[in-house]
Design a protein around this ligand. Structure first.
Ligand SMILES: *Cc1c(COP(=O)(O)O)cnc(C)c1O
Length: 470
């Protein structure tokens, strides 16, 4: 059966004859993934963007929307294998550019179940058990973050969490608000201010350790116009260097000025699982809101963002009554809905994979994975320091290692593109103090010191090739 049959039901995949279809198609899809991976043969497809474009276009022969469908199997196998062959594979230790984690198989399996069940968390009658599960998971994560009794919601990620948090902060204030954030805060803070119609974010300069400078923040808050409420965004784990702002002191300052503290822990929040490292997040428990990304340290397929608030009632500005979703008499009769916690209406049960993972691995299991990545970063930094052609930018805090080849900006930029073009490695690139730097973001707990050695050897070889070609 390959053709699309008009009027065919869309089974949820877990009942009756539907199960058979889904199991067959999943088996085909897994085979196509393996075939694509094998065709790629490395962390990223070799060739330049034109090659990938040609491969995708070839897989779309006959058009994206043909008049008559080509059938389920052909469409599935063709495109899954093509996208897998052309994928940047976060499960390959040589793919180490971004906060782009290899997902846990158990989380992928749970995510498939979430797709098959297709619950929608905006109303009870579209997601009875998932509604309860999200409530329990968010409560557990709030407790883990030191915000017992707090509120929360599963989001699309750090960008959405921060946007929502800043909206709640704005609406909780009796008057105008102004945002303050460290110079290395994520760009989504500035964009949220723009979207929310707030004044431009005040960039707080960095101190010598590249964290937000406390004296500068104190001066800015002291000199702020009377009647404004400060909303301060502190970062627990910046995207490049993993820097953690001094949370207890920032929290004390914000409290003194009756402000709101949002902690962007999209990256560093994973330290909460680690017995060895959670002390680095001291002060998180004083935040008014916190964002966590479990599609980073948490090993979830995207998306698995979480926004937590100290006060569960902070979500009140999002409350809406829709006659067809959450009528008041249903709620009075004990049918809750999560409509009022999210900016989204239809909202998939991303909570299922999160809950399965938390229970499967526990704090110990997840903490060991976080520690393995951070320990590997320390190893990589030592290896960089031992290489005369490389220069380390800063000691790693979390699991990123920022460094540069001494050959100069063009060599750093060129060697990274060379590694991509040759399909050998995906290394990150950023700028620090006006100079191009390279970055390893180590999020693969199965990666080894030998793998890091091999990756740095590739960087050195590509650097030599660039210098020879210059
Ligand atoms: C990744 C990241 C974000 C953005 O999160 P998304 O999940 O990509 O939307 C925000 N802040 C920090 C510090 C991050 O590392």
């Amino acid at each position: 059966m390959t053709a699309v049959v008009p009027g065919r039901p869309a089974p949820d995949g877990l009942r009756g004859s539907g199960r058979h279809d889904l199991a067959d198609l999943v088996a085909l899809s897994l085979d196509a993934l393996a075939a694509g991976r094998e065709a790629r043969g490395g962390p990223v497809p070799a060739g330049d963007p034109r090659q990938v474009t040609a491969d995708v276009d070839a897989a779309l022969t006959g058009g994206v929307l043909p008049q008559d469908g080509i059938g389920e199997r052909a469409a599935l196998v063709g495109l899954v294998s093509t996208v897998a062959a052309g994928a940047a594979d976060p499960a390959d230790p040589r793919c180490a550019a971004h906060l782009h984690c290899p997902p846990l198989p158990v989380a992928v399996a749970a995510d498939l179940a979430a797709s098959a069940l297709n619950q929608s968390l905006d109303s009870w009658d579209q997601a009875p058990a998932a509604t309860v599960l999200e409530d329990r998971v968010v409560a557990a994560l709030a407790e883990l973050a030191g915000l017992p009794g707090g509120g929360g919601v599963v989001t699309t990620g750090g960008t959405g969490s921060t946007y929502t948090a800043l909206l709640l902060a704005r609406d909780a204030a009796p008057g105008p608000v102004r945002l303050y954030a460290g110079a290395a805060a994520h760009f989504s803070v500035e964009r949220a201010a723009h979207l929310l119609g707030l004044p431009a974010v005040v960039a707080v300069p960095s101190a010598a350790d590249r964290a937000l400078d406390l004296a500068a923040l104190a001066a800015l808050l002291r000199d702020a116009p009377a009647g404004e409420r400060p909303v301060v965004v502190a970062t627990a784990g910046t995207t490049d260097l993993g820097t953690i702002d001094p949370l207890p002191a920032v929290a004390a300052l914000v409290r003194r000025h009756a402000g709101w503290l949002h902690v962007d822990a999209a990256y560093g929040g994973g330290l909460l699982f680690s017995g060895r490292r959670r002390h680095l997040l001291a002060g998180l428990e004083q935040a008014d809101s916190v964002s966590l990304d479990l599609h980073k340290f948490g090993w979830q397929p995207a998306a698995a963002g979480v926004l937590l608030t100290r006060d569960a009632a902070a979500f009140a500005p999002l409350a809406r009554r829709a006659a067809y979703l959450n009528p008041a008499d249903d709620e009075a009769a004990g049918y809750p809905s999560l409509l009022g916690r999210s900016l989204r209406t239809t909202r998939r049960a991303d909570v299922l994979k999160i809950a399965v993972t938390l229970r499967a691995l526990g704090r110990t299991g997840l903490g060991a994975m976080v520690d393995a990545c951070c320990d590997l970063a320390a190893y990589a930094a030592a290896r960089v320091q031992a290489e005369p052609r490389l220069e380390l930018a800063a000691a790693p805090v979390l699991s990123t290692v920022v460094f540069r080849h001494r050959g100069g900006d063009a060599v750093n930029g060129g060697l990274r593109r060379r590694l991509l073009r040759e399909g050998r490695a995906v290394v990150g690139r950023t700028e620090l103090d006006g100079r191009v730097h390279l970055k390893l973001t180590l999020l693969n707990p199965a990666a080894t010191p030998a793998g890091v050695d091999a990756l740095l050897d590739l960087v050195l070889a590509a650097g030599s090739a660039e210098e020879a070609a210059a």
